[in-house]
Design a protein around this ligand. Sequence first.
Ligand code: PLP
Length: 418
Amino acid sequence: MEIAIFAVHLNFLDKMNFDRQRLLQMAEKYGTPLYVYDAEVMGVQYERMLNAFSSVKKVKLNYACKANTNLNILKYFKSLGAGLDTVSIQEAELGLKAGFENQEIIYTPNGVSFEEIKQAVDLGLKINIDNLTILERFGQEFPGYPVCIRINPHIMAGGNENISVGHIDSKFGISIHQFPLAKRVIENTGLRVNGLHMHTGSDILDVDVFLQGAEILFDVAAELKDLEYLDFGSGFKVPYYQGADETDIEYLGERLGHRFNRFADKYKKELTLMFEPGKYLVSQSGFFLASVNVIKQTTSTVFASVDSGFNHLIRPMFYNAHHEIINISNPEGRPRYYTVVGYICETDTFGSNRKISEIHEGDVLCFLNAGAYCFSMASNYNSRFKPAEVLWVGNEDYLIRRKENLEDLLVSTVEISI
Ligand SMILES: *Cc1c(COP(=O)(O)O)cnc(C)c1O
């Protein structure tokens, strides 16, 4: 029984190059808490997605960098040939620093000021507009600057309400029902719309949801004459535990690729098919390592408290996300039930009643799927330092962000005399 648990873990772990010994070495070498990313896993995911759409002549994958904005990870995706999807001007600036050309960066903000949009024009980015008032103003001020329009197709998708962004009362995109208004704005201002975009949310399970959204996008696209690309956003699901569902990317590639080619033929122009995956490209590449400070046995629960908290990895608390937790210090130990918690002074539970091989104080726990929306959502709450990050490239390990120190905490503070 016990062996079976770890055997089952094994093939799930295989996909992420889970190397317990090497992770333990990282914990020893760099200390904990620590993020470790494996570039090879990112590369495999990138290639897998490209291959899935090999029937389409021009495909561009723009890495949605809000998942993980470490400059070296951006540079790695640049080296693979990816573009970059950014949601703030700061992310775009990081992208430029990482070496992306301005037209390789798509800027897809929501609810930002027109000032920020102007900055994006100054930087020469691809710009994706998601509301009518900005579209109109943009058309008046920059009629010659090509833009992409974000359509909200109003299909319900996404793993939970927080990350589902395409439903009827979502704040994202220009409603498909308001497209006639958008079209009038385009005609009146002479805007050149060269891209059409949708992004319906994260964790979409069903390929048909994508296809349904795609049909809506094709309908709209047929009404625009200057298109160069169609951007189908993202939301690809990766497994977070053994047996969990994942988006069948090959099947999606086959179906959508075929449909896209048919549309492009009819449109009589070579169009680029774009996606902007974040989680799909980096989630499984990441491991978060934390050491157990305290084992506390109460009448009903055994708590394992680690040297971290939601200041470093907030997804379990914020999204109720499941991250597998493995005791890499004692993999063959007798499995017991633990509630793994952080050191933050409020409730911060990473996982309740998890079956984990016996934990002793000082053991290193490994949290899986820590590549996406983990470090990038980290904070300094409780005045804790953000952890270091390490990137594996082949057999080498590189420190790509040092751990913070007290000076970092004070760097933007302006001290006045009181
Ligand atoms: C967050 C985001 C993505 C990436 O979503 P994933 O689920 O991480 O793949 C893509 N496009 C836009 C516009 C986003 O806001």
